[in-house]
Design a binder for this molecule. Structure first.
Ligand code: 13P
Length: 288
């Protein structure tokens, strides 16, 4: 079934998350590691008739080239006729953040969750000021998400759930457009599902009037996807499930296909699998 929430615009978090609130659904934010994955994700969102958030780590943004990523996302939004947001995920380095905004990334996540509250506020304010002036949106993070992402591990003893009173102050002081919250998810959890703190999510949702973001979406069960959306989650991040499938499928093909075959023959089945997984997630995110 198609939910008509899309246009054909290269856009920011603001309008797509506003639609998500109106429809009590979440918009999928999928981590792309190269341009081929990006196209498969956009194709999936087009087939489902919803906007999509493509997100890249700082490492992937540098690897592909920020201007090239922007150009491709702009072009895909027109070609596939859906709203596409290009979001820098877990950015901590000011030079990379500035470069991404200057190159045309439409959204940034500044991750100051490793900092004391006041320093997180000050650094996030700095990013918001630059991003908003350029017309880009910003996601902040308060509390921590466990696990490992793109080589950065969070010490399990340092994982902290988001405190609702801090969230109120943080949102007021920083003017972020979305807030990532610590409710028990872990980055990179793909062999099991996590146990979530719905009570923490409910308290945050009652305290702040802002779209909330779940990280570590691979480790959230299908049943819990609906529960967190009903609890105020509007941006739902999924990375590892796509990456693991790409790596497994293409590794088999690279080792069995002839060495002089076109490289596309080694990745097309992986891309088809990614499109299928993304469509399945989006069906859940529609929260019908
Ligand atoms: P997973 O890789 O665990 O799905 O998490 C993705 C994410 O939260 C990106 O920030």
């Amino acid at each position: 079934m198609t939910v008509k929430t899309g246009g054909n615009m290269y856009t920011t978090l603001k309008p797509v998350l506003k639609k998500a609130i109106q429809m009590n659904m979440a918009i999928g934010a999928f981590n792309a590691h190269n341009l081929e994955m990006t196209q498969a994700i956009v194709k999936a969102a087009c087939a489902e008739g919803v906007p999509v958030i493509i997100q890249t780590s700082e490492g992937t943004a540098k690897f592909v080239g920020m201007k090239s990523f922007v150009a491709v996302c702009k072009s895909l939004s027109v070609e596939y006729g859906i709203d596409v947001v290009l979001h820098l995920d877990h950015a901590r380095n000011w030079d990379n953040i500035k470069e991404a905004i200057d190159a045309g990334y439409s959204s940034i996540m500044y991750d100051g969750s490793h900092l004391p509250f006041k320093e997180n506020v000050l650094a996030t304010q700095h990013v918001v000021e630059y991003a908003h002036t350029a017309g880009a949106s910003v996601e902040g993070e308060l509390g921590t998400i466990g696990g490992t992402e793109d080589g950065i591990a969070v010490d399990p003893d340092a994982v902290e759930f988001t405190k609702p009173a801090d969230a109120v102050k943080f949102v007021e002081l920083t003017d972020v457009d979305a807030l990532a919250v610590g409710i028990g998810t872990n980055h990179g959890q793909y062999k099991s599902k996590t146990k979530l703190r719905f009570d923490v999510l409910q308290a945050i949702h009652e305290a702040v009037d802002i779209p909330l973001v779940v990280h570590g979406g691979t480790g959230v069960s299908d049943e819990d996807i609906h529960k967190v959306i009903n609890g105020g989650i509007r941006k739902f991040n999924v990375g590892t499930e796509l990456l693991v499938n790409w790596n497994k499928i293409s590794a088999d093909l690279y080792s069995t296909n002839k060495e002089n075959t076109s490289t596309r023959n080694n990745v097309i089945p992986a891309l088809e699998a990614i499109q299928k997984i993304v469509q399945g997630k989006i069906e859940l995110f529609k929260n019908l």
